[in-house]
Design a binder for this molecule. Structure first.
Ligand code: PLP
Length: 396
């Protein structure tokens, strides 16, 4: 049965992880995988998560199934975190929220809903976008097109070209936007640009689909949700895929949610029933533990404050690292302009060097990043910053 199936090449990011693991150079640096790291290069469990897990271990009464939509208290807490407590869409009962296995699960389930509602829909994704968007969304059979986003020359968003292309999107199409901390470029839309895309969506009738996987890593937990909240208020329909992997540091627990904003409460109930049916036909129900941790943290004042403090220190550390990396690069090579590193936000930036230069960094210095020169800034620390900046300058 399987003999026609050839071996596939390794996933670029997972393959990079393997190559890094097998590299014996003691100075090796991993800037590839998008996970937060401390000064010591570790990705520990957050204290707030440990405390919540301790409570859950004591309080949990049953391991019964939780149902396709997941835990109601998780859904309520996560939609408030994204939309804010008193968002009009919540007051009008236009929101259906479903717990999913990670942000990836949310993206896929949302795409399956679109496939049911509008099988000929085109999903417009930014060029470039996170590598897994295309398999997650495209494997449903929906058509994927790209819109220009990142401009290498300016190291920022090419907003005019983006709007010009999105003007071709039609009613029934989806436009995938990164809620904050664009992956891979770190270049985000300004508030005025979010307003302009909202206006265009309203004129053209396309539906925005916001993937938000880094809330709290950009400018702060509330500010990072600006685009989500604006669009949820001003547009009749909106899809959101959110992930708790990064901001709660619970990557392997697989916690995310799909949130669908509908025209009215009746349609929201119908959308909720459709989402549950889709999930029933794929994995039936999400895992419980990680979402129970998130709900417990968000619904407990002390734990919530503790978590917000931890999230804030992760965000600030990345912000400081951006400044330190820029200072080192400037010191070592005054002729190149890397100032964009401090203008971008979240975990990622492009170095905007060529694939050949990326390869040299890997071969000659054991510094690992994806071929497009995306770096995970959180992989930088006081022990490796000197070696890293000298290596970058030497391949320029
Ligand atoms: C842009 C973006 N969206 C979604 C995800 C999904 O995250 P997960 O499925 O691990 O929650 C990621 C993870 O790297 C991401 O970078």
């Amino acid at each position: 049965m399987f003999e026609n199936l050839p071996q596939l090449p390794a996933d670029p990011i997972l393959g990079l992880m393997d190559a890094f693991r097998n590299d014996s150079n003691p100075n090796k640096i991993d800037l590839g995988v998008g996970v937060y790291k401390t000064e010591q290069g570790a990705t520990p469990v957050l204290e707030s998560v440990k405390l919540a897990e301790r409570d859950i271990l004591e309080l949990e009464q049953t391991k019964l199934y939780i149902g396709p939509a997941g835990a109601a208290e998780f859904g309520t807490a996560i939609q408030s975190l994204l939309l804010g407590e008193n968002h009009p869409a919540l007051a009008d009962h236009r929101v259906s929220t479903l717990q999913t296995p990670g942000g990836c699960g949310a993206l896929r389930v949302a795409a399956e809903l679109v496939k049911k509602a509008s099988p000929d829909a085109v999903i417009w994704v930014s060029d470039p976008t996170w590598g897994n968007h295309i398999p997650l969304l495209g494997d449903t059979g929906l058509q994927i097109k790209t819109y220009p986003y990142y401009d290498v020359a300016n190291h920022g968003v090419n907003f005019d070209a983006m709007l010009e292309t999105l003007a071709q999107a039609k009613a029934g199409d989806l436009v995938l936007l990164h809620g904050c901390c664009h992956n891979p470029s770190g270049a985000d839309l300004s508030q005025q640009q979010w307003q302009a895309v909202t206006q265009l969506a309203s004129e053209k009738g396309f539906t925005p689909f916001i993937d938000i996987a880094y809330q709290g890593f950009g400018t702060g937990i509330e500010d990072d949700a600006y685009g989500v909240r604006l669009m949820a208020e001003q547009l009749p329909e909106l899809l959101i895929a959110s992930s708790c992997s990064k901001n709660f540091g619970i990557y392997r627990e697989r916690v995310g949610s799909v949130i669908v904003i509908a025209k009215n409460a009746e349609q929201a109930r119908a959308n909720g029933s459709q989402l549950a049916r889709i999930v029933r036909g794929i994995y039936s129900m999400p895992p419980s533990h990680g979402a129970a941790v998130v709900a417990h943290i968000l619904n407990n004042d002390n734990l919530r404050q503790h978590w917000l403090g931890e999230l804030d220190s992760m965000r600030q550390r990345i912000f400081q690292l951006r400044g330190q990396l820029l200072a080192q690069l400037n010191k070592k090579d005054a002729s190149s302009d890397f100032s964009f590193i401090t203008q971008q936000s979240g975990m990622f930036s492009f170095l905007d060097i060529s694939p050949a230069q990326v390869q040299r960094l890997r071969d000659e210095f054991s510094i690992y990043m994806t071929g497009d020169s995306r770096i995970n800034v959180a992989g930088v620390n006081s022990h490796n910053i000197d070696y890293l900046s000298s290596a970058i300058v030497s391949v320029l």
